[in-house]
Design a protein around this ligand. Structure first.
Ligand code: SF4
Length: 421
């Protein structure tokens, strides 16, 4: 057995925490032992149950044929879509953007229907943020809003936010930190926070924020739903006293209207105390995609490229989101990379993918790869290929492969598709 325990730590790509302390043992091209990773990271590193072949029109083919057919579909399309990339390296994402420019494609990712507005506000400097290392070292009031990191990012509390001792928090969670959950249900994280769980009815986050802003401003809160005002005042008092506060914003709350309300809350909190916000990005490199596209175009998702005399023109807007282009049948081919929209988009939108030529690139079989005209298996990034990614707090992380297998990485597949086009 070959051991990797010469204190070579690996990075886990199971979620956007990108834990960099993973120890493994390998034998040949098999990983035999995984240490340190949580249950989610363990299953990511263990990989797919069955290796997937290259498939064109339901038949197994070699990689060259699959790439040639994928290139043909994309080249012949007038309005192709490139979607996914949250589970790809930054290097692969840059190739996808290059391809989108080459073929006048729409390009989008899951942030267009989840945390895009928050990341946009952060990238434009409208919301104060910080790193997870700042949180570990300095945070005394931690708010998980619409988030359950015990399940979504299982090592979040132990590595960064609640349990660790930090430079300015030597007495740890017992005395130095207060953890709060605001959510519609009593999650596992809420149970850890005990009486600091503030339960609110479904879809009332924006009203709750308005009432909280009133309380922080010394006004009697105007509650638009049945809620114990004393409880709200108790929360406002904790937030006011924070020396270094952090809100971890989860999927439980999102949309543009809400974002404006949250920006007002952040403004008020920073008048009376000191607060930061980090979105609880789930896919390990969704933030990387947003930042890479932002650097290239000034927009972080929902982009359409069009070649023109000066190079290429960029259009941006809700009309170019995956939901809209599928609902209005605006596209005539799609390349899905490391994602499974057939399983999570509403059926009304997803079923249009059955009507157009679909290319699926990804490490494991899923609903989308099963219905694709061309399926190209790729190396599992962080396990079978290296690269770089952006952690949920914006910190860039480089990682090496744990094992080498024959499969091409997303980056190599995209490069070869571009060459073939
Ligand atoms: S918390 Fe996330 S990055 Fe860390 S080991 Fe678990 S899945 Fe991997």
């Amino acid at each position: 057995m070959v051991s990797c325990l010469n204190k070579n730590y690996y990075v886990c790509t199971g979620c956007a925490l990108l834990c960099d302390d993973i120890e493994v043992e390998v034998s040949g091209d098999q990983i035999t032992t995984i240490k340190t990773a949580c249950r989610k990271g363990f299953s990511r590193i263990r990989g797919c149950i069955e290796p997937m072949p290259c498939i064109v029109n339901g038949k197994n083919v070699d990689i060259n044929t699959a790439i040639k057919d994928a290139a043909k579909i994309l080249k012949n399309a007038d309005k192709p879509l490139i979607f996914g990339l949250g589970n790809s390296t930054s290097e692969a994402q840059k190739q996808a953007i290059k391809l989108a420019k080459r073929i006048d494609a729409f390009i989008d990712d899951t942030s267009s229907f989840c945390q895009g507005p928050t990341l946009e506000a952060i990238l434009h400097g409208k919301i104060r943020t910080c790193t997870l290392d700042d949180v570990r070292n300095r945070a005394d009031v931690i708010v998980y809003w619409g988030a359950d990191p015990s399940n979504s990012h299982p090592r979040h509390l132990s590595r960064y936010s609640y349990f660790p001792r930090g430079e300015e928090r030597q007495r740890g969670w017992e005395e130095d930190r207060t953890a709060i959950v605001i959510d519609v249900r009593k999650s596992h994280t809420a149970k850890i926070c005990g009486d600091k769980f503030f339960q609110i009815p479904l879809h009332t986050d924006a009203f709750f924020i308005d009432a909280l802003i009133d309380a922080l401003s010394g006004k009697v809160p105007n509650m638009l739903f049945d809620y114990d005002i004393k409880n709200l005042l108790k929360l406002a008092n904790i937030l006011k006293k924070a020396q270094f506060g952090i809100i971890f914003e989860g999927f439980g709350i999102y949309n543009i209207e809400y974002m404006e309300t949250m920006a007002r809350l952040m403004g008020k909190l920073n008048e009376v105390s000191n607060f930061h916000l980090i979105p609880m990005v789930e896919h390990y490199n969704m933030r990387g995609f947003n930042q890479n596209l932002f650097e290239e175009t000034g927009f972080l998702n929902r982009v359409k490229f069009k070649k023109c005399e000066k190079g290429f023109d960029v259009k941006y807007g809700v009309d170019y989101s995956i939901m809209e282009v599928l609902n209005t049948k605006k596209i005539d081919a799609a390349l899905i990379i490391g994602s499974d929209p057939m399983s999570y988009l509403p059926r009304s939108a997803a079923e249009y993918l059955l009507e157009i030529p679909l290319v699926s690139v990804g490490p494991c079989e899923n609903f989308t790869s099963r219905v694709a005209k061309v399926t190209i298996p790729s190396a599992l990034s962080g396990v079978e290929c290296g690269g770089s990614a952006v952690r949920m707090d914006g910190v860039k992380v480089r990682f090496e492969p744990i094992i080498k297998r024959a499969r091409l990485s997303d980056e190599e597949i995209l490069k070869r598709i571009i060459e073939a086009i």
